[in-house]
Design a protein. Structure first.
Length: 283
């Protein structure tokens, strides 16, 4: 499903080489024609000028940075709220909420798949229709991923693949999955660049729907894990810094002094480090 979405976004990619070649050939032909028709009337020269190349070519430029967890742990459903175990129903709810926002509803047998890119709420205003529900839009989204791998956008041009047709000037809000940076070759139709053939490198988002974070959804999730489905959620967790042992500083003996010198730890904030953890669920 995700591959299909990507394919739709980059639909013209396979035709790129053919089109480039065709365009190159066409350009040569036009040049020859222009030379041949130079002495002719202004009318025919004008007709040539009006021939605008409106093809849109979107190609991957920089692949997406998939969410990557530093460590992993297992959450066992059978231990929830049992004495002596850390698994609690509150923790299960928190992890399920994270799980729900990291899954995309699709046509797969389980009804959803793990998102391969960061999901963000994208506010947009459409600037140009690129065809096939692909749009160039002014967009805004919050930073996402560990250490904000996907930087926030504010009034930033982005390429969007929307679920439904839209028109220039439309504004809206979607849940978008970041699918990387693409190179967009197109002819601008918005001022002040009208008629200009441009290549822009922009972040691309595919509109999608995430699982609903509801008691019914949690129930279904628990049933799926108990039936053997492999599920996991990635969350940012605060842990004690290993380098300084959670103190926030390291000690260094100073000659002639009774007390050690305290050096602030460079790897943490007050002894705490935030890392990305993948939690795998087990029955
Ligand atoms: Zn530290």
């Amino acid at each position: 499903m995700i591959k299909r979405l990507l394919f739709v976004l980059l639909a013209s990619a396979t035709a790129v080489s053919a089109q480039t070649t065709a365009f190159g050939t066409k350009a040569t032909a036009n040049a020859a024609e222009t030379t041949a028709t130079t002495p002719a009337t202004k009318g025919s020269a004008k007709a040539l000028e009006e021939e605008v190349d409106n093809t849109v070519v979107i190609t991957p430029f920089r692949s997406l940075t998939p969410p990557e967890a530093k460590t992993s742990r297992t959450f066992q459903l059978s231990k929830v709220n049992k004495l002596g175990f850390t698994e609690t129903s509150k923790e299960l709810q928190r992890l399920y909420s994270a799980f729900a926002t990291q899954r995309i509803i699709d046509g797969s047998p389980s009804g959803s798949s793990k998102a391969t890119g960061y999901l963000a709420t994208v506010n947009y205003a459409i600037v140009q229709d690129l065809g096939d529900n692909r749009f160039l839009a002014k967009a805004a989204w919050p930073a996402a991923g560990p250490n904000d791998v996907l930087a926030a956008g504010a009034d930033t041009m982005a390429v969007l693949l929307l679920e439904k047709p839209a028109k220039v000037g439309d504004t809206g809000k979607i849940t978008g999955m970041h699918v990387g940076t693409v190179a967009l070759l197109f002819t601008a139709t918005y001022p002040p660049l009208v008629g200009k053939r441009l290549t822009l490198r922009r972040e691309a988002f595919v509109e999608c729907a995430t699982l609903e974070d509801s008691p019914a959804g949690l129930q279904k999730f628990v049933e799926a894990v108990n039936a053997g489905a492999e599920m996991s959620a990635t969350t940012n967790e605060q842990i004690s810094c290993k380098k300084c042992g959670g103190l926030g500083f390291t000690r260094e003996a100073e000659k002639g002094k009774l007390l050690d010198k305290r050096i602030p730890c460079a790897e943490c904030v007050s002894g705490k480090v935030i890392i990305s953890v993948e939690t795998k669920f087990a029955p």
